[in-house]
Design a binder for this molecule. Structure first.
Ligand SMILES: Cc1cc2nc3c(=O)[nH]c(=O)nc-3n(C[C@H](O)[C@H](O)[C@H](O)COP(=O)(O)O)c2cc1C
Length: 414
């Protein structure tokens, strides 16, 4: 019976344990978690979501305070078009977050950064270019392009000295999205170094509609493997979404995937950035407690625990401090929804907004409890303690369980 350790992910001469811990914003896939994956010979991701905010927490900087102070005059204004990011400060924050993580790296594995196109930050091209370039400047091993089609993202960094040496990959949920990406980037003569194929059972935003249950990761992977073979494209494919045991992973490695990307099982590790209280919510979740809804202002469906405080909270948009989801014209679907509720209930001090959420604020505060479909099985991965809580796991324990387990077994902590 094979286990994940019988396979290797090959990038040129580099051989890695074929386990990638996926990016989890905002700082759930912390530097500590990514560093463990790299130390153990796999790949870890840090996230580029809200990096100035993350930097303030990690390094005691004042990026958010400064921005909020600068735009304080605009807080009551419904027009957010003037609220922009200082590109120099954005680069500085990214340098710190990436640079200090890379300095701490030990072992043979790699550290990538997950970069979401949907974080349009009121200036989509300029802010994305700065985030990508600063991460490369600071020595990141690779960049995973996610949450968007990224049709123009390679071109933003084509002149960067590391454009051809850093590992650059893309997350897709369909063959069509991959073909579009390859076609749009053909003129650059630079293929992605890896393709993450993310199915409908993943955590975070989904590349599917609310009919996600009709899709099957195995089918999508088979289709893309066949396409890559037919086109003679030798690009490692990384399967993601709902891979809960080592045996699940082996089934993908045997059908043409070069590695797997996993996330949900690591949310309850000590190294993950969620507060301990929230980790217990993840452990306790039952299948009925998990839903896919449309409250994210990005327009993508998102999977989360129904008990997430973000659902229905009608807080004032916080774009002066954050503003990561403002499109190029200073709009965000949450602002529209919030203003509608305020207009409908002029005499109420607090409104409830059910259809959208202020994702920046709630992700920042760990109040949007996004998770993969199988989060309800997390309770089977640990032990219930005498005080009624579940024991947190070490990232090493979970990583090694994926690496060595067979027969769909899940090793409990000693
Ligand atoms: C808590 C959580 C947060 C996530 N955040 C992001 C994110 O910010 N960007 C992204 O591209 N994917 C995100 N994901 C998706 C993961 O990177 C990964 O591809 C997917 O969840 C793998 O499936 P699994 O969780 O079933 O193992 C997130 C997943 C989880 C569980």
């Amino acid at each position: 019976m094979k286990c994940v350790d019988d396979f290797r992910l090959k990038f040129g001469n580099t051989e890695l344990v074929p386990i990638v811990i996926g990016g989890m914003g905002v700082d759930i896939s912390s530097a500590e978690l990514a560093l463990e994956a790299a130390r153990l010979g796999g790949i870890g991701h840090i996230s580029d979501a809200m990096v100035p905010t993350v930097s303030d927490r990690r390094f005691n900087t004042d990026f958010v305070k400064e921005k909020a102070k600068l735009y304080k005059y605009n807080v009551a204004n419904t027009d957010k078009s003037t609220v922009i990011f200082d590109l120099g400060r954005l680069a500085e924050a990214t340098h710190m977050h990436v640079g200090q993580t890379m300095e701490a790296k030990r072992g043979d594995g790699l550290i990538f950064i997950n970069c979401m196109e949907k974080l349009s930050m009121n200036a989509p091209r300029d802010t994305l270019r700065v985030r990508l370039s600063a991460a490369l400047d600071a020595g990141i091993d690779g960049i995973t392009l996610s949450a968007g089609l990224h049709l123009g993202s390679f071109a933003l960094i084509e002149d960067h000295p590391r454009f051809r040496d850093a590992k650059l990959g893309i997350i897709v949920s369909s063959l069509r999205a991959l073909q579009l990406f390859l076609r749009k980037n053909a003129r650059l003569d630079r293929l992605p170094d890896y393709i993450v194929v993310e199915g409908p059972l993943a955590g975070g935003h989904l590349g599917f509609g609310l009919d996600w249950a009709k899709y099957d990761l195995h089918v999508i992977v088979a289709e893309i493997v066949q396409y890559l073979r037919a086109e003679h494209l030798d690009i490692p494919l990384i399967a993601a979404g709902g891979i809960f045991t080592g045996s699940d992973a082996v089934s993908f490695l045997e059908s043409g995937a070069a590695a797997v990307q996993v996330a949900t099982r690591f949310t309850v590790t000590r190294e993950a950035g969620l507060p301990d209280k929230v980790k217990q919510e993840y452990f306790r979740a039952s299948e009925q407690d998990i839903e896919v809804n449309n409250i994210s202002p990005t327009g993508y469906p998102m999977r989360m625990l129904r008990s997430s405080p973000a659902i229905g909270a009608g807080i004032r948009p916080n774009c002066e401090a954050y503003g990561y989801l403002l499109d190029g014209n200073g709009n965000c679907a949450y602002i529209t929804a919030y203003n509608r509720e305020v207009a409908l209930h002029p005499n109420e001090k607090k409104v409830s907004v059910m259809d959208k959420t202020c994702l920046c604020t709630h992700m920042r505060n760990f109040d949007c409890w996004t998770c993969g479909h199988y989060a309800y099985r997390l309770k089977d991965t640990s032990r219930l303690l005498d005080d009624g809580s579940y024991g947190l796991l070490s990232a090493e324990h979970v990583f090694r369980d994926y690496q060595f387990s067979t027969d769909n077994r899940i090793a409990l902590p000693v």
